[in-house]
Design a protein around this ligand. Structure first.
Ligand code: HMG
Length: 367
């Protein structure tokens, strides 16, 4: 019997926008108790794009950074898949804008994936399965998850806004191997959607929370299977979730662990040790939709010993969910991509409420 080859993330690039605002500033602007945003939702800062800076800039720079640290060449890329819900054109894929900036063309399959926040994970799975199928002929895939999340001013979702991009080269499992096995669950629901022609999403907040929690339970039940849930969780060093805001993740973890039979004390320990630390970078960026889970993964993999096992849970409104495992590779320890994060956080400028108001007036997203 031939041994199945293992593939994974060979190089990672992250890009965060040049502006940010503390959620306390937003609370003051909206006349809300800041504790609602910090303690109630678990948010700290929202990353923001200045005028003239958009999702194409985020995606291009993340890709440039991933490519610059990879030992392959542009000609070795055979697939470019971009997951986003910040479309800049209804027909032309975001990847075409990025490819033009990178000078990437030739014998490449290039396309965009849309499924709300789940699009980046779908693109990653397709890239992995393209490698596993053998049709890649030894070429690598460039996968980008990039989004700018903006709600209408005064919308309850406003404190959860954010922006960012994560680029991943799928090839040798240098940073991490991706499990071929995967566990998906979906249901058609109207929890969060953006009608054609509208600049901002419409949200049924309570329904979206319920869908996320049910999706998590379905995926974790499949992942655990016949195993003892406590033993299965013990094998994982970390559990990364899509992070719309940290309280959502806590609610989903508590719901799922309880449904799987963990006690209140066991659930609290699981959250404190294996889930809460995975969201520290997300708290400084906000919800960057397709990139939110992969930002959490990038942060969590940094410094990990080879062999550490992570579980990743994707959620995209509409709704689609998927859970699969990663195993840290030899490149996780050095975490070269974290220089991107440190540089962007150091260089970005914190703005106040008055500047935020001016930015929002000037920067109504295209629709
Ligand atoms: P809201 O309805 O204004 O907030 O917005 P709330 O009244 O439910 O309060 C939130 C929490 O703050 C509650 O805690 C309050 O008790 C607490 P909980 O009871 O839930 O533990 N609170 C306070 N705590 C301390 N001091 C205070 C205080 N006041 C209240 N003074 C909502 C919440 C989620 C609706 C809003 O943020 C929203 O609409 N967000 C967008 C939707 C969303 O993120 N949904 C998450 C699941 S769907 C998803 O993840 C997909 C998504 O990423 C999109 C995609 O897929 O593309 C969004």
């Amino acid at each position: 019997m031939t041994k199945t080859q293992t593939f994974g993330i060979a190089s990672l690039g992250v890009h965060l926008p040049p502006l940010a605002m503390k959620v306390e500033e937003l609370a003051e602007l909206r006349g809300v108790d800041p504790n609602k945003f910090t303690r109630g939702l678990g948010c700290r800062e929202i990353a923001l794009c200045p005028e003239g800076f958009d999702v194409v800039d985020l995606a291009t720079e993340a890709a440039r950074r991933a490519l610059s640290r990879w030992d392959g060449k542009l000609e070795d890329i055979g697939l470019l898949a971009v997951g986003t819900e910040t479309a800049v054109d209804m027909s032309r894929p975001l990847g075409a804008f990025v490819a033009s900036n990178l000078g990437l063309s030739g014998n490449i399959r290039s396309y965009e994936v849309k499924h709300a926040c789940y699009g980046g994970s779908v693109a990653l799975r397709q890239a992995l399965e393209w490698k596993l199928s053998g049709v890649s002929k030894g070429k690598a895939a460039l996968v980008i998850a990039a989004d700018v999340s903006l709600y209408a001013p005064k919308d309850p979702g406003e404190p959860t806004q954010g922006a960012g991009a994560v680029a991943m080269i799928v090839d040798a499992p240098t940073i991490c191997a991706i499990d071929a096995d995967t566990f998906a669950y979906s249901e058609p629901q109207l929890d969060f959607w953006r009608p054609v022609g509208e600049a901002y999403p419409r949200v049924d907040g309570p329904l979206s929370l319920d869908c996320y929690m049910r999706g998590a339970e379905h995926c974790f039940r499949q992942f655990i299977g016949e195993r003892d849930a406590k033993a299965a969780f013990a094998e994982l060093s970390d559990i990364c979730f899509h992070v719309p805001f940290p309280k959502m993740v806590k609610k989903a973890l508590v719901h799922t662990a309880t449904a799987l039979g963990l006690s209140e004390a066991e659930t609290a320990t699981l959250y404190e040790q294996k889930v809460e630390p995975t969201m520290r970078l997300n708290q400084r960026v906000g919800n960057c939709y397709t990139a939110a889970l992969w930002l959490s993964v990038a942060h969590t993999l940094a410094g990990k010993d080879e062999g550490a096992r992570l579980a990743t849970f994707s959620y995209g409104s509409g709704f689609g969910t998927e859970l699969f495992g990663l195993t840290a590779g030899p490149g996780a320890k050095a975490a070269a991509w974290m220089t991107d994060v440190e540089t962007d956080l150091k260089d970005r400028r914190l703005i106040d409420g008055a500047e935020y108001e001016r930015l929002r007036e000037a920067n109504v997203p295209a629709h």
